[in-house]
Design a protein. Structure first.
Length: 422
């Protein structure tokens, strides 16, 4: 018998949510088989079987929060899973048929003391019991090894006469749909759909509010004449793709321009740590990507050392991983500055929110033909893009922020300068 445990989720992540089970009780699994998918604040992770056997028990259901190291299921030996199930239903009828397997099953059915139950309770169950004033010693566990989960605590006292195998199923399985079923029709009779927010969406919401509440955030704007960049892409895109096997997009130009501006105005590449100001001498540029589960910001490491093809290639690979939900935690951590491109969705102008603890984020927007006055007599149509810089006014003064954005504009309008300064 082996517990299915929540693995270490990485730095600063102590819990996750079971996104879905890929197996069910009674299924035979081999070592290394993927059993469940776990949703964390940043990425989804797969939980694999460490031993081969039969899924004898699923302790935590999809939608439940679980902590690192918590048991969410049990894998039993393939040859002994069925007899063990029979013993759990009638342990007194067959005491001699499998005494080694019967001992752990029988123990939780006689809760003589609360200490043993408390020791076997999950962190979530302990927290819920404290909130509801429930003695864990009085809670019956449906787990064959006696571990008490949140569902056991939630169901305690709700149906005291129900048989143990039935009560948890009646309470756990409807829970994901409960909010929609109970609140889908408000009092005024209007039709609405209510569904639970994903862990990632909750985290995004929390961090965006945190950014606005903790940083003195301001946004400054400018516009860029994209004529020169569009001309280079038109003349060189075919040869570029043939040589490097990657397209020449806009992001490599903007990444290089941002790095050139950060070198000139280094406070935009800093962060606040308590009462200290940490100015970073490296350039790990975050690129915001819209994925199905919500916005993620994978990081292009040491972007100042990369060529245009290398930047385009890395951004393409990270974006593909983001949309396939296969990014690793290391690919999402430690950025120094972020670029976000709302223009791909048609945004003409916006005020991007800081990706804390960073103190600067550049927003790109839609390229649009607009009349530009060359002098008092001549006006021409040019492909123009509004750009926006949101910054933390606690350490970046307005003059520095404006100058930074002007520098980005100058480098983009003179792409040859990117080779020298970017």
């Amino acid at each position: 018998m082996s517990e299915i445990l929540v693995p270490d989720l990485g730095e600063s992540i102590s819990e996750g949510t079971i996104y879905k089970w890929l197996v069910k009780e009674g299924d035979t699994v081999g070592q290394g088989d993927v059993l469940a998918e776990l949703e964390t604040d940043k990425v989804n992770l797969e939980i694999s079987a460490e031993v081969e056997g039969v899924i004898s028990s699923i302790l935590r259901q999809a939608g439940e929060n679980v902590a690192v190291g918590e048991a969410i299921g049990i894998i039993g030996a393939a040859s002994g899973s069925k007899p063990q199930a029979a013993e759990s239903k009638a342990p007194e009828a067959a005491p001699a048929s499998g005494s080694a397997a019967a001992a752990p099953v029988a123990a939780p059915e006689a809760p003589a003391g609360g200490d043993s139950h408390t020791a076997l309770a999950s962190p979530g169950a302990r927290k819920l019991a404290r909130e509801r004033g429930i003695d864990l010693g009085e809670v019956s566990a449906r787990d064959p090894i006696g571990r008490i989960g949140q569902a056991d605590v939630s169901g305690h006292g709700a149906a005291p006469q129900a048989a143990a195998p039935v009560a948890p199923a009646a309470q756990v399985k409807p829970e994901p749909a409960k909010p929609a079923a109970s609140k889908a029709a408000p009092e005024d009779g209007k039709n609405v759909e209510r569904k639970r927010m994903s862990r990632r969406r909750l985290t995004i919401a929390s961090r965006l509010v945190e950014a606005q509440q903790t940083a003195a955030m301001l946004t400054t704007f400018n516009e860029v004449d994209m004529t020169a960049i569009l001309d280079i892409r038109k003349r060189r895109k075919d040869a570029f793709k043939e040589k490097h096997e990657v397209g020449l997009g806009f992001m490599s130009f903007f990444t290089k321009a941002v790095i050139g501006a950060l070198k000139t105005y280094p406070l935009l590449n800093a962060e606040i740590d308590g009462e200290d100001l940490v100015v970073k001498k490296f350039y790990d540029i975050g690129i915001a990507v819209a994925a199905k589960e919500g916005l993620v910001v994978p990081v292009v490491r040491d972007a100042d050392r990369l060529s245009f093809p290398e930047i385009e290639r890395q951004i393409g690979e990270l974006a593909s991983k983001a949309r396939a939900n296969t990014l690793s935690l290391s690919e999402l951590q430690g950025g120094t500055f972020t670029i976000t491109n709302g223009g791909v969705f048609g945004s003409l102008l916006s005020t991007p929110i800081l990706n804390t603890p960073q103190v600067g984020i550049l927003g790109m927007h839609k390229i649009q033909l607009r009349p530009i006055a060359l002098d008092e007599e001549r006006t021409v149509n040019r492909p123009m893009m509004y750009i926006a810089l949101s910054y933390d006014h606690r350490i970046v003064d307005g003059s520095e922020a404006v100058s930074f954005l002007v520098k980005v504009k100058e480098l983009l309008e003179d792409p040859e300068a990117l080779l020298l300064e970017g």
